[in-house]
Design a binder for this molecule. Structure first.
Ligand code: UDP
Length: 338
């Protein structure tokens, strides 16, 4: 297929581009490089062994989006581009509504106008908010508790309406749990811009001695060791699911949402221990107050993805931490300390 990939030089976009190229798809990637670098193109091509086209395009620019979709003859769109931090979304909600929601609406409208029927959308388990029942299934109520989560839930609704009104359309919304790790080649991975918000990048910077210690947000949750539980999934497993989702989108119509996780919950201290083993270094840490808005425990029931895509996450936590470390250890320290 000829596939438009938005946010292609980002963390999940870049790993998915490799898998798509390996499967023989033709890619046109776009990015505005606000949180990633055009240099990633070279690394994607080096890992995949095939070239693709990369365009500098901000999805908020409706005219450019319209022109691209009018002339591109795309079979499908995989839509990653957007911001992803809960805390930032609380401080700057309009930026999230513009970049995540409004940009997705204009992309979807242009896709409908130009009869691009198949869309895979990068959603998040954040749409479930603070679920009261575990594991989280796709029937768990949608109840986001942050502007970021609301932009993902609202975009899903927009795409669902698009499908209801367009008999030929198919949309798969992939609800990611906690993606970590990096490509085993150590050429692709997550490059945080500024101090990291997420657990793994932060731990790795402590391991590199860029930061002195990890703050663990809360040690008194109702979990086996008092720290929060999440479902960490290797980014390459996640990337593989997108290729299968694209195949399914080409064969079906209508809207489907799928959880992408391992089904296994790990606490912050479990992750810390796995990272100490992977890096061979002690990771200084201290328990501090809870972070507002954190759910005590979140892990997926990934059985629908297994049933519909024939997909299952393969990597375990030690493998994820090792791959993450092998990428991160080579990153420029000056860039990280910004
Ligand atoms: N966390 C932490 N210290 C940090 C960053 C995260 O203790 O510096 C915890 C956080 O409270 C949560 C887990 O690690 O329980 C995963 O957080 P992250 O921000 O990576 O993902 P989230 O699940 O919040 O989207």
């Amino acid at each position: 297929m000829k596939v438009l990939v938005t946010g292609v030089t980002g963390y999940i976009g870049s790993h998915t581009a490799v898998e798509l190229l390996a499967e023989g798809h033709d890619l046109i990637g776009i990015d505005d490089f606000s949180t990633s670098s055009p240099k990633v193109k070279h690394d994607i091509e080096r890992v995949a062994g095939r070239p693709f086209t990369l365009l500098d395009l901000d999805l908020r620019n409706r005219c450019e989006v319209e022109c691209l979709l009018a002339s591109g003859e795309f079979d499908a769109i995989i839509h990653f581009a957007g911001r992803k931090f809960v805390g930032e979304s609380v401080a700057e909600p309009m930026q999230y509504y513009e970049r995540n929601l409004a940009a997705s609406v204009s992309l979807a409208a242009a896709a409908q106008r130009h009869e691009i029927s198949h869309v895979v959308f990068s959603s998040s388990c954040t749409v479930y908010g603070q679920p009261t029942q575990l594991p989280v299934t796709e029937e768990t109520p949608i109840a986001p508790v942050s502007p970021y989560g609301r932009t993902k839930a609202m975009t899903e609704t927009v795409l669902q309406d698009l499908c209801d009104a367009t008999p030929s359309a198919s949309v798969l919304a992939l609800r990611y749990f906690n993606p970590i790790g990096a490509h085993p080649s150590a050429l692709l991975g997550e490059v945080p811009s500024g101090p990291p918000n997420n657990l793994l990048p932060y731990i790795m910077q402590v391991a590199k001695r860029v930061r002195p210690f990890l703050n663990i947000y809360g040690g008194d949750y109702d979990t086996h060791d008092g720290t929060c539980i999440r479902d960490y999934i290797h980014v390459v497993d996640l990337a593989r699911a997108h290729v299968l989702a694209l195949d399914r989108a080409a064969e079906t119509t209508g809207f489907e949402a799928l959880n992408l996780g391992t089904g296994i919950g790990s606490s912050v201290l479990d992750v810390l221990e796995a990272c100490e083993k992977a890096t061979g270094r002690a990771i200084p840490h201290q328990i501090v107050d809870r972070r507002p808005g954190d759910a005590a425990s979140m892990f997926a029931d990934p059985s629908r993805a297994q049933q519909l895509l024939g997909w299952k996450a393969e990597a375990n936590l030690p493998e994820m931490c090792l791959d993450h470390w092998n990428f991160e250890r080579n990153l420029d320290v000056d860039a990280l300390s910004a």
